[in-house]
Design a protein around this ligand. Structure first.
Ligand code: ADP
Ligand code: ADP
Length: 226
């Protein structure tokens, strides 16, 4: 793996549910101008569209399990192609399994590309539980808040469009534990996978969101001398 110029970067953000991947990806879009690509958001949009596919995806997400690898990879490949994003992306929530990472590597190499950086946000299980336990989302625009650490200006309402904030179905306490189990079993092995391919930049996610962004930017800069 090699770090490139930040104006054309292919970055993967890894970390447990609630580590702050979505929050950081949105902040880094402003700092780096790299588009945020979230498979969780893509799947939630598919659910909102309804139909048989939406209902099926909703059942999978609601159970805390993962959408099948082949389907997930196809959604990502179609999206990156349609939006012409093969040179610039900040992937949040993908890849999430070793088979997805293998398929993604071959999608990239087929196009003569490779990842520039894998950033892993570390957060203890205790902090993950506190983060997910207080997460509120806007059902309309997808903005994410937290009851304690990142509350909206008006209690319960989205700053951007005034919609009433909701708790994601998969952020219910028993679902959170299942998602953490899924993370340990299926996503954590990705750290080893990417460590073998090159360097994973590990960043401590235990700080306010601005400080974590500064740490990620520093890790990306350091990596440019790899
Ligand atoms: P979190 O923000 O808690 O990490 P996401 O919003 O990334 O969660 O994902 C929500 C759900 O969407 C996942 O629990 C899973 O069901 C589905 N999902 C998202 N990304 C993937 C993926 N790469 N592979 C399979 N399922 C996924
Ligand atoms: P992920 O995408 O990794 O699942 P999110 O970005 O959705 O994580 O963050 C999970 C919850 O924690 C959200 O409610 C978010 O507002 C909050 N949060 C994110 N980063 C921080 C931080 N650095 N400090 C405190 N709370 C945070």
């Amino acid at each position: 793996m090699m770090a490139g110029n930040t104006s054309g970067m292919r970055i993967v953000l890894l970390g447990p549910p609630g580590a702050g991947k979505g929050t950081q990806a949105k902040k880094l879009v402003d700092a780096l101008g790299i588009p945020h690509v979230s498979t969780g958001d893509m799947f939630r949009r598919m659910v909102a569209l309804g139909g048989d596919l939406g209902v099926r995806i909703q059942a999978i997400i609601g159970s805390g399990h993962l959408v099948p690898d082949a389907e997930t990879c196809e959604v990502v490949e179609t999206f990156l192609t349609r939006e012409s994003l093969w040179d610039r992306f900040m992937l949040d929530g993908f890849p999430r399994t070793v088979p997805q990472a293998e398929t993604f590597d071959s999608m990239l190499s087929k196009r003569g590309k490779r990842l520039d950086a894998v950033v892993a946000i570390d957060l203890s299980e205790q902090n993950v539980l506190a983060r997910l336990g207080g997460r509120k989302s806007c059902p309309k625009c997808g903005s994410v808040y937290h009851d304690v650490s990142l509350p909206p200006k008006m209690a319960g309402l989205c700053d951007r469009d005034g919609a009433r904030l909701t708790v994601r179905e998969d952020d219910q306490p028993e679902k959170i534990l299942e998602r953490l189990r899924v993370y340990v079993r299926q996503t954590q092995p990705l750290l080893d996978y990417y460590e073998r391919a090159g360097s994973v930049r590990r960043v401590d996610g235990t700080a306010d969101a601005g400080e974590v962004s500064a740490r990620i930017l520093a890790a990306l800069r350091d990596g440019q001398n790899d």
